[in-house]
Design a binder for this molecule. Structure first.
Ligand code: MRU
Length: 345
């Protein structure tokens, strides 16, 4: 793994500040849960599974900092901590799954025992994400042929998962199996996760990567240069519709038009069976400043109106397969996703 996105060290959360990569490798040592909320909002930690893990540790930190007279007061204040995380970023369902799990784990004989239980649960969530991303990467590597050129969007690598990665995990696992694989990475405007993070992670892994602007993808597919597209996901609805970084839908349609297989790699913690279709996925709107400037440098006339939806939804008809740690799922997604992510029979 290139670098650890998150680490629990001596009762504190160490976060690799992804907003500073690839230029500076800066670690934030967080002991106040409000700083973890801020790190998620400001995308110092980002990517659906990593957001879920960071929130779990953040809730554990928040719980450890509560001084209360009794259990009722403690639990009421813990509820406030969880609410602060729930409004940090709305699209990645991993965040809400972590909050639910931490809420269920808040049990014990007395406050100290509950605080300990919450740290244990956060560590467990992290371990599970590590294991799930490792497994799905191995399974998905079957879909990558020797000599393939894989197009990916945004960053779905180890940094985004606090584990082995999803889309990049699959690519890296294929490389580790001795397959010759190279990558076309879209820069991913507005925040350049592809240019800054995917290019950096693949370079460190020794996997050949060519950076393109987002608008070049169709051209390379039309020229027959792309063997498959693999992306991650922030939330997958029960019918297989997928929310992922803005621009993913465009890539899926282009892939369909050009006969290029389009795969989504995600742990089952990204599946949301409570919503029937992608229409119900909340899409985060971020500041227009991210579109009108790049790293603080204006690129548009002052006062211009800009829109900044951070994600879009790809209808399941464009998705060739969903790669999870429980197996590779194809149509009908309703059945496959329920079997992979539903309650134990
Ligand atoms: O806004 P970001 O950078 O958090 O968006 C990340 C993505 O869209 C990723 O593709 C997704 O979270 C999958 S990460 C394994």
């Amino acid at each position: 793994m290139t670098a650890r996105a998150l680490e629990w060290v001596d009762g504190r959360l160490r976060v690799l500040d992804q907003s500073r990569l690839p230029w500076d490798r800066v670690y934030l040592e967080l002991s106040d849960y409000r700083d973890v909320v801020l790190a998620i909002e400001e995308m110092r930690v980002r990517g659906a599974p990593a957001i879920g893990v960071a929130a779990a540790y953040g809730i554990a930190l928040g719980a450890s900092g509560i001084r209360a007279d009794g259990e009722d007061e403690f639990l009421a204040r813990l509820g406030e901590v969880m609410k602060a995380f729930a409004v940090s970023r709305p699209t990645a369902v991993n965040l809400f799954r972590s909050i639910d799990r931490m809420s269920t784990a808040a049990r014990g004989e007395g406050i100290a025992e509950i605080q300990r239980a919450l740290i244990d649960e956060a560590l467990r969530i992290h371990d599970e994400e590590m294991a799930a991303t490792g497994q799905l990467s191995e399974l998905g590597s079957e879909l990558v042929g020797d000599g393939s050129m894989v197009l990916t969007h945004c960053n779905a690598g180890p940094l985004a998962t606090a584990g082995y990665g999803t889309a990049l995990g699959v690519i890296i696992a294929a490389g580790n199996r001795g397959k010759r694989v190279s990558v076309l990475a879209t820069e991913t405007r507005p925040l350049l996760q592809g240019a800054r993070l995917t290019a950096w992670e693949l370079q460190q892994e020794g996997i050949p990567v060519t950076l393109i602007t987002d608008s070049m993808a169709g051209h390379f597919m039309q020229q027959g240069k792309v063997n498959c597209v693999i992306v991650g996901a922030d939330r997958i609805a029960a019918n297989g519709d997928v929310a992922n970084k803005i621009g993913t839908y465009t890539l899926a349609v282009l892939a369909g038009e050009n006969g290029v297989p389009f795969y989504v790699a995600a742990p089952t913690s990204t599946i949301d069976l409570s919503i029937a279709s992608g229409d119900q996925i909340p899409i985060e709107e971020r500041s227009p400043d991210e579109v009108t400037g790049i790293r603080g440098i204006p690129i548009a006339p002052q006062g211009i109106t800009a829109a900044n939806p951070a994600f879009d939804v790809t209808p399941h008809r464009y998705v060739g397969a969903i790669i999870t740690e429980k197996g590779i799922i194809g149509e009908p997604y309703v059945d496959g996703l329920r079997a992979a992510a539903g309650p134990e029979p």
